[in-house]
Design a protein around this ligand. Structure first.
Ligand code: BMA
Length: 340
C-alpha cells in the first residue's frame, strides 16, 4: 500500500509504464511512445493539445482542444479503451443553454474535465468580450449544457476541485489579460450553486524559482490525498527566446485549499523531449488532467506539448509528494488564508 492515500475510485486498468533506467531529475517519467496524439488527428483539425481525460464506464473519455486548420480552437470529444489510443468525434462538441437552445462559444480552448457527484463539468477558456472562463455540464456526454460564465473577463486556467468543500463548489482560476498575459497568480473562488461565485482567495503567486517567475496557472483537477490536495500546475518563465512552460507541484490544505502546505521549488517536468521543445509554440509542457489509482499510488499526467501534441507522464504518489516536501519552498503569502 502506498504511504500516502489517494481518495478516489479504484482505477486498476489505468495506462502505465515503469520508470525507465535513465538519468532524471524528477519523480515523473514520460511514456516511451509519446506523443499520445499526433498532428492532424481529425479532418479539419491540425493539432490536439492541452486536453483532459477521465475514466468513464470502464473505459476513458476526454475533452480535447482541437485547433482547426483555420487556427480557431474548439473542444472535441474523444473515447479510448486504454487511455492511450483515442478516437475522436468528427464534430466539435455542441453546447446548449439551460433552455436547450444552441449556445456555442466563438472559440474554446484548454478544457478541463471534472466529475462531481454524478455530473461531469467542463471548464475552458472562451471569448466573453475577452478571454474568460466557460463552464458546461453533462451526465451522458451527449447533451452539454452551458451554465453561467463563472467569472468576469479576463481569466484562464479554471479547474474545479473534484468534490464540494464546506458545502460549496470550489474552482481555481488565473485572472489575466486577454493576450499572452505576462503575469498571473492562482486564485480560488467558491459557489453554492455554480451561478454565484465569491469568497475569493489568493492561493499562490509566481515565484523566484526560475521556471515559474513570470506566471503560473492551475492545471489538472487537484487530487485528494491524505497529505492534502495534490496540484499539478504550470509555471512560465521568460527567456530571450520566449516563454517556457514547465509543470510544477504543490499540496494544498484539504479543508482550506487557499493555504499551500508545500510547494516544490523545482519543476516536476520541463521541456526536454523533441515533442515538448519543438512544435507550433516551442517549449511548452501544460498539464490538464491526471488518472490515478489509490491501491497502487500510480498517477498518469496528461499534458499538452508545444501546442501541438498530447503526452503522458507517470509517477507514484509517494515519490511525488516526498519530492515536493523535500524541495518545499513556501512563502508567507502561500501559507496564509489568502484574504486581504
Ligand atoms: C497560453 C495558453 C495555452 C498555451 C500557452 C502556450 O496562454 O494559450 O493554451 O499552451 O499559452 O502557447
Amino acid at each position: 500500500m502506498p504511504k500516502y492515500q489517494i481518495y478516489a475510485p479504484a482505477l486498476d486498468n489505468m495506462p502505465w509504464q515503469d520508470r525507465p533506467d535513465e538519468p532524471s531529475n524528477s519523480p515523473l517519467w514520460r511514456w516511451s511512445e509519446n506523443p499520445v496524439i499526433n498532428r492532424n488527428p481529425i479532418k479539419g483539425v491540425a493539432r490536439i493539445f492541452n486536453s483532459a481525460v477521465m475514466p468513464y464506464e470502464g473505459k476513458y473519455i476526454g475533452v480535447f482542444r482541437g485547433e482547426q486548420c483555420d487556427g480557431v480552437s474548439f473542444i472535441y470529444l474523444g473515447r479510448s479503451e486504454d487511455g492511450l489510443h483515442w478516437e475522436f468525434e468528427p464534430e466539435k462538441i455542441h453546447f446548449v443553454d439551460e433552455n436547450g437552445k444552441d449556445f456555442q462559444p466563438i472559440y474554446a480552448y484548454d478544457p478541463r474535465l471534472v466529475k462531481i457527484e454524478d455530473t461531469y463539468y467542463i471548464m475552458w477558456c472562451q471569448d466573453f468580450y475577452g478571454a474568460a472562463i466557460g463552464l458546461a455540464k453533462t451526465q451522458d456526454f451527449k447533451t452539454f449544457t452551458r451554465v453561467e460564465n463563472p467569472f468576469l473577463p479576463f481569466n484562464r486556467n479554471a479547474v474545479l476541485f473534484p468534490r464540494k468543500i464546506g458545502g460549496n463548489f470550489v474552482m481555481l482560476s488565473r485572472p489575466s489579460d486577454s493576450g499572452h498575459t505576462p503575469f498571473g497568480d492562482i486564485f480560488l473562488s467558491e459557489s453554492p450553486d455554480l451561478k454565484y461565485w465569491g469568497k475569493h482567495r489568493h492561493v499562490m503567486s509566481r515565484s523566484s524559482n526560475w521556471w515559474e517567475g513570470l506566471k503560473i496557472g492551475g492545471g489538472a483537477a487537484p487530487i485528494e490525498t491524505s497529505e492534502g490536495w495534490l496540484l499539478f500546475y504550470h509555471g512560465v518563465c521568460q527567456t530571450c527566446n520566449g516563454y517556457v512552460y514547465s509543470i510544477g507541484g504543490a499540496i494544498l490544505d484539504i479543508d482550506e485549499p487557499s493555504k499551500v502546505k508545500y510547494r516544490c521549488a523545482n519543476w516536476l517536468l520541463t521541456p526536454e523531449k523533441w515533442y515538448e521543445e519543438r512544435g507550433f509554440v516551442d517549449n511548452v509542457t501544460f498539464p490538464c488532467a491526471t488518472l490515478h489509482d489509490p491501491a497502487t499510488g500510480r498517477i498518469a499526467v496528461y499534458y499538452g506539448c508545444a501546442d501541438t501534441y498530447v503526452s503522458l507522464a507517470f509517477g507514484y504518489v509517494d515519490e511525488i509528494i516526498d519530492y515536493i516536501k523535500a524541495n518545499n519552498r513556501t512563502t508567507w503569502d502561500d501559507t496564509d488564508l489568502g484574504r486581504r
